[in-house]
Design a protein around this ligand. Structure first.
Ligand code: AMP
Ligand code: MG
Length: 635
């Protein structure tokens, strides 16, 4: 059993009755194939091309319907900047970034340059700087803002859309052929800004820039960050007045579950289908790139929308498994922040776990703990059911989905019942698949983190869960636990005493038995008991390693474990210090240092020896006052 998941993964999933399906009352591998879900990362494979030579496109605006008030780029160019408003029957609005005369390019990610196929050094050019600061765009690929809706904290929030993100174009890496959509976050208002200012503050931009690249380096599916630009004279009012910035971010697609929620709630069947076809053909690259049909399909062969749904479900299950295995929490898993590619998306009050506490939510405003660590798998499934509702009509129709009567006038009365039943079955089975992919991938990741090359049926109950129980009970740092384990010379630790001495390495000043006001005697007793418990677990771990071929070869195991257990993570306290030093002290080097550490998180050291103490501080104990730091949504 995976104890850090609510017992009933589906229990909290409430289903609404879709309008087109009046009776839809939804009920709620092989391990080696799971890893193939992880999108490949590309790095340093070739020299890249210049910005000018990078192949560009706008497949999104070419294939989806524009805001009818400005149907062409020309119309958008001719009209004054639009105010907020409802946008119907459309996937986007043409809108260009706002220019800002003063800007300073603070940092670029070399890894993201490699991913898009951009030549390193392009950041020195005026062209690049003007583009990523919102001061330039390509007329022939007129920029746009996406229209979407979303469920926020479980409630339907209506139309949201890109209120401060503007997409510039798509580029295709000439070597890998991977296409990325470039997007500026914080480059001005759009019709989707509602009552907000279209700006992003430096604080949240630094956080998004670093964490996007950190997650990618950990092999966790995520949107990326290419550059971070400070707008020193532009200010935004949040809790206090703060300087603004723009992150140029990248994703193979920015389409979210909320993109489907909106046309579905508006009963816009046409747009739902167009979006689904777009995602199949232009995001995934065709039906054959989606989840393959299963051997046993009780309701007959799946149509392309069912395969799309299953693919999205599988990808999200895979990503949540990574989040749980690495202690990452997004903090705001609304449907508008849930990607149809299973990417970690939209970084607000995110956090990496400090001392292991499954009930922890990094979101200061999340009083019901909806987006806590423990709840993430359930919440993503909740979001997947919302997507299932939006697509139910399409996959419920099965092989008849392209029939003229259905495409022109929808479901006929006689079809309602069989279609509903079919759709229910599809979502139900997708739920089982979600669980299977999640648990399978989670086990695989945890086994690697513990240095096992094989997975045994008993590992969850005998190794993973007891380790997590100990971390929770004793207040041990989640990430340090794995990294320190990696370094342990366990082969020599046959004796209990040796393991007890090693147990000491896992404590920190915030560990649970250091309660304020404890008498010295109680403290010593509590510590002795904790040491014994850890030593016992280490004994079992040693026994389990011995069952692996060459499992007690410390050097090999250390190397393998360190390649999956990062030394550095951009914890909230590190990001807070970084923000303060960049924003208030005017430092710049620290940004490059933390970026470098985020890009190569598994190293022991990054810079020359003179910097090792400082590096170790940044990887080390969370300052006591900062353990479990929460953030607000304001960004
Ligand atoms: P988020 O919490 O970042 O996922 O944003 C939720 C919605 O609010 C999205 O539609 C955003 O585009 C919009 N939004 C958030 N902050 C701003 C802002 N400062 N200006 C305009 N729109 C915003
Ligand atoms: Mg969002």
């Amino acid at each position: 059993m995976y104890r850090y998941l609510p017992q009933q993964i589906f229990q909290q999933t409430q289903h609404r009755t879709p309008r087109a399906l009046p009776r839809l009352l939804l009920l709620a591998r092989n391990i080696s194939t799971l890893m193939s879900l992880t999108p490949p990362t590309f790095g340093g494979v070739d020299q890249g091309v210049s910005l000018a030579n990078l192949p560009k496109s706008h497949v999104f605006t070419d294939n989806l319907p524009p805001d009818p008030s400005t149907p062409t780029a020309k119309d958008a160019e001719a009209k004054p900047r639009p105010g907020p408003g409802l946008v119907k029957n459309a996937a986007f609005t043409y809108i260009k970034p706002e220019k800002t005369a003063d800007y300073e390019l603070l940092a670029v990610s070399p890894a993201a340059f490699d991913s898009v196929g951009l030549k390193r050094g392009e950041e020195e050019t005026e062209d690049f700087r003007a583009l990523v600061s919102g001061n330039k765009f390509y007329e022939e690929h007129y920029p746009w803002a996406q229209c979407y809706g979303g469920y926020q904290f479980g409630h339907w929030a209506g139309q949201l859309g890109d209120g401060r993100a503007i997409s510039l174009f798509e580029s295709t890496n000439p070597t890998t052929q991977v296409r990325y959509e470039w997007q500026l976050k914080g480059a001005g208002t759009t019709p989707y800004s509602r009552f907000a200012d279209g700006k992003a503050v430096l604080r949240s931009s630094i956080r998004e820039f670093i964490v996007s690249e950190a997650l990618n380096a950990l092999h966790i599916p995520t949107t990326r960050a290419l550059s971070l630009t400070l707008l020193p004279k532009k200010k935004a009012q949040r809790e206090i007045v703060e300087p603004c910035a723009i992150v140029c971010r990248l994703a193979q697609s920015w389409i979210r579950v909320g993109t489907f929620d909106l046309p579905y709630t508006r009963n816009d069947r046409n747009l739902t289908r167009k979006l689904a076809d777009y995602v199949i053909d232009h995001v995934y690259g065709g039906v054959d790139k989606l989840a393959p049909p299963r051997d046993d399909e009780p309701d007959g062969p799946p149509n392309r929308y069912e395969l799309l749904y299953r693919e999205i479900v599988r990808r999200n299950a895979n990503t949540v498994a990574y989040w749980q295995a690495y202690g990452f929490m997004n903090g705001v898993l609304n449907t508008d922040n849930t990607s149809i590619l299973g990417l970690s998306l939209d970084f607000g009050p995110f956090s990496f776990m400090d001392n292991f506490d499954p009930s922890f939510t990094p979101n200061h405003d999340d009083e019901s703990l909806r987006y806590s660590y423990r709840n993430q798998p359930t919440i993503i499934w909740w979001n997947m059911v919302r997507l299932g509702e939006a697509l139910a009509e399409l996959f419920g129709m099965g092989s008849r989905v392209d029939e003229e009567t259905f495409t022109s006038s929808g479901i006929e009365q006689d079809d309602v019942e069989p279609l509903t039943k079919r759709a229910e079955g599809i979502i139900d089975r997708a739920g089982q698949e979600y669980k299977d992919v999640f648990i399978g991938q989670y086990k695989l990741l945890m086994s690697r983190r513990l240095g096992f090359r094989t997975l045994q049926d008993t590992d969850m109950d005998e190794m993973f869960s007891p380790a997590l129980d100990l971390m929770e009970k004793l207040g041990l740092d989640f990430n340090h636990f794995f990294r320190r384990l990696s370094d342990l010379p366990i082969s020599a630790m046959e004796e209990t005493e040796a393991r007890a001495r090693a147990a000491d390495h896992f404590f920190n000043a915030n560990s649970a038995f250091y309660m304020p006001g404890m008498s010295e005697k109680t403290r010593v007793e509590a510590r002795d008991k904790a040491v014994k418990e850890i030593a016992d677990w280490l004994g079992k771990w040693r026994g389990r390693l011995a069952q692996e071929e060459g499992g007690l070869d410390d050097e090999t195991r250390k190397r393998e474990m360190k390649s999956v257990n990062p030394k550095f993570l951009p914890k909230n306290w590190v990001l807070d210090e970084l923000i303060s030093r960049v924003q208030r002290e005017g430092e710049r080097d620290i940004l490059h240092k933390i970026l470098d550490m985020s890009l190569r998180p598994f190293e022991d050291h990054w810079g020359p020896q003179s910097e090792w103490d400082e590096e170790d501080r940044l990887c080390g104990e969370v300052p006591p006052q900062d353990v479990g730091m929460q953030c607000s949504c304001s960004s």
